[in-house]
Design a protein around this ligand. Structure first.
Ligand SMILES: NC(=O)c1ccc[n+]([C@@H]2O[C@H](COP(=O)([O-])OP(=O)(O)OC[C@H]3O[C@@H](n4cnc5c(N)ncnc54)[C@H](OP(=O)(O)O)[C@@H]3O)[C@@H](O)[C@H]2O)c1
Length: 256
């Protein structure tokens, strides 16, 4: 029997978990794609290809050349370009697309959130008075905070922020999640943090800082995600497996 070929766009724990579930299936050939941003990526349970495709055209060509039956976009909720490219490449090739996106966090009692739409608004939400800010947003958008150099920043990322911020008072911390609540409380206390800036990434691995801020009564500036786009959506790995089965079944019937 011909194996159905699946390409997962990854870089998230969900993508790795999904690949782990699908890896044992003898009817499927699964490849995981990573952007190649992380210097020392976590091991993956299926074959990996690394690096950008070259925009929509490059991704479309890759899907055709590799005779992919189903594209699964399991990238981070804030990786907007690759998700847009996946939608466009699916439309151009007719190859079905499934979006696996973990649910965002919801505010609970005790949370002191200011919700903003993007990093520029997050910078503004810190205000004019100097504060001690924990930037837990990864390294790619940290430079936006050069616009508010009056604050002290503690920047945590997996890989170094390069180039570093121009703001004068910045500490850097290299660490990879998951982070426990206890460790996050200790970090916030140890650095005398006044306010946390976070993306609404969802999931458990980085929720500790949100719980820690709540327990210390600290405010959080939370950057919201873009609106979900149309198409096939799954919020969990289990849902994604079920929908993937349906979609590779229907693409076979259509002879895609
Ligand atoms: N943004 C975040 O907060 C965040 C957090 C945790 C993990 N990540 C992961 O880190 C990776 C990069 O995120 P980003 O925000 O820089 O992405 P992005 O801005 O949406 O994508 C920029 C470009 O990187 C390439 N790319 C991104 N993801 C790829 C993948 N899985 N496989 C192959 N090429 C990929 C594509 O290049 P071409 O146009 O050349 O194809 C894409 O146009 C993603 O895989 C994402 O899941 C992102």
């Amino acid at each position: 029997m011909d194996k159905r070929r699946i390409l997962i766009l990854g870089g998230t724990a969900e993508a790795r978990d999904l690949a782990g579930v699908l890896a044992d299936r003898t009817d499927l050939a699964v490849t995981l794609s990573l952007a190649g941003r992380t210097l020392d990526p976590a091991p993956q349970p299926v074959p990996v290809r690394t690096g950008g495709f070259g925009g929509v055209e490059g991704l479309s060509a890759h899907l055709r050349d590799e005779a992919i039956d189903l594209l699964i976009d399991a990238t981070h909720p804030f990786a907007r370009q690759i998700s847009a490219n996946a939608r466009a490449a699916s439309a151009a090739t007719g190859i079905p697309l499934l979006r696996l996106e973990r649910l965002g966090w919801d505010m609970v009692e005790g949370d002191r959130w200011t919700r903003v739409a993007n990093m520029t608004e997050a910078v503004g939400a810190l205000g004019k008075v100097p504060r001690r800010v924990f930037l837990a947003i990864g390294r790619q958008e940290a430079k936006a905070f050069d616009a508010a150099p009056q604050h002290h920043y503690l920047v945590r990322s997996v890989d170094p922020v390069d180039p570093p911020l121009a703001a004068p008072d910045v500490d850097y911390l290299l660490a990879r999640g998951p982070f426990t609540v206890a460790a996050e409380v200790e970090l916030l206390r140890g650095h005398r943090i006044d306010v946390v800036v976070s993306k609404n990434s969802g999931g458990d691995a980085t929720y500790g800082k949100i719980v820690a801020a709540r327990s210390l009564g600290l405010p959080v500036v939370l950057v919201d995600r873009a609106e979900a786009q149309g198409g096939h959506h799954a919020g969990t790995v289990q849902d994604a497996v079920r929908l993937a089965d349906h979609l590779v079944g229907s693409s076979r019937k259509r002879g895609v």
